[in-house]
Design a protein around this ligand. Structure first.
Ligand SMILES: C[C@@]1(CC(=O)O)c2cc3[nH]c(cc4nc(cc5[nH]c(cc(n2)[C@H]1CCC(=O)O)[C@@](C)(CC(=O)O)[C@@H]5CCC(=O)O)C(CC(=O)O)=C4CCC(=O)O)c(CCC(=O)O)c3CC(=O)O
Ligand SMILES: NC(=O)C1=CN([C@@H]2O[C@H](COP(=O)(O)OP(=O)(O)OC[C@H]3O[C@@H](n4cnc5c(N)ncnc54)[C@H](O)[C@@H]3O)[C@@H](O)[C@H]2O)C=CC1
Length: 217
């Protein structure tokens, strides 16, 4: 199974079903997308800042909801297979992606599953078990969380350095070597994980060692 990344900023995700599962998907996507959840009842759970619309569309009505919301992704998370089927069909006809919560991963075109994710912005790590064991995906996600401390800071710092070396005209092969060493440097990771430390300074020491005269911060 290949995992692809998609930025939902500024896009709409439409969720059918406001149970525990619909709430979890809504919460996840609401971090970046405009999320609308349509359901006759809503679980006592957090939905992020999703808009909750109380309605119980039948299989023949979901199409209209999809047309009105114009989503790029439809999540079918009701407890009715018929409604989920209709939501999936309507989404496909609309050209939207489909996530079905009641299947261990459909194989039809446009069908996507949601991995377990852990984020240290701008870094995201996703775990999929190919639908075999979502509980394991969750468990691995929890274990990976601690490993990720400082990764967001490292992405920002090495991203900056990358741009600086490019602007300074450092040749690509040297640039690659330097950035590869920087993202592995224990001293920089340590500084990123220590309050009050100066990771940028640690990075400069590593870069000066790697690039010699080519590097002047
Ligand atoms: C295929 C997929 C489709 C999709 O939903 O996208 C799917 C399908 C199904 N899940 C089921 C059950 C459970 N799902 C979870 C949890 C999560 N499920 C998620 C994703 C996915 N679930 C996709 C595949 C991901 C992969 O490749 O591994 C996570 C990772 C992401 C998210 O949902 O946000 C999220 C963890 C989030 C986190 O914490 O990080 C738990 C654990 C719990 O609740 O504690 C249970 C109960 C234990 C168990 O059954 O394993 C059932 C059976 C329903 C039934 O029995 O009726 C089906 C349907 C079926 O398998 O047919
Ligand atoms: N992918 C996953 O992680 C998991 C998936 N599941 C599957 O997902 C489905 C949903 O799980 P839960 O949220 O636990 O179930 P649930 O029964 O708590 O929630 C279903 C929700 O759908 C709503 N609903 C019913 N008819 C509707 C309609 N016509 N339009 C819109 N909403 C409607 C209900 O009011 C309810 O809020 C389950 O049927 C199960 O197959 C279950 C556990 C985990």
């Amino acid at each position: 199974m290949a995992l692809l990344a998609h930025d939902f900023t500024g896009e709409t995700v439409l969720v059918f079903g406001g149970g525990r599962v619909g709430a979890r998907k809504a919460r996840g996507f609401a971090e970046e997308a405009a999320v609308v959840v349509v359901s006759p009842e809503f679980a006592d759970a957090a939905f992020g800042d999703a808009a909750l619309v109380r309605a119980a569309p039948g299989p023949d009505d979901v199409r209209e909801w999809v047309a009105r919301a114009d989503p790029v992704l439809v999540v079918a998370a009701t407890d009715s297979e018929t409604v989920n089927d209709a939501a999936a069909a309507a989404a496909r006809d609309h050209g939207a992606l489909v996530n079905r919560a009641d299947e261990s991963g459909g194989r039809r075109a446009g069908s996507v599953t949601v991995p377990a994710t852990v984020e240290d912005d701008p870094v995201t790590v996703a775990v999929s078990t190919g639908g075999a064991s979502p509980a394991l995906a969750k468990h691995l996600r929890e274990r990976i969380g601690d490993e990720l401390a400082g990764a967001g800071g490292m992405a920002d710092l090495s991203g900056e350095v990358r741009a600086e070396l490019k602007a300074a005209g450092v040749p690509p092969a040297d640039r690659r070597r330097a950035v590869r060493r920087l993202v592995r440097a224990p001293s920089v990771w340590k500084a990123l994980r220590t309050r009050g430390a100066n990771p940028r300074q640690q990075a400069e020491v590593v870069l000066a060692d790697e690039l010699g005269e080519q590097y002047s911060p």
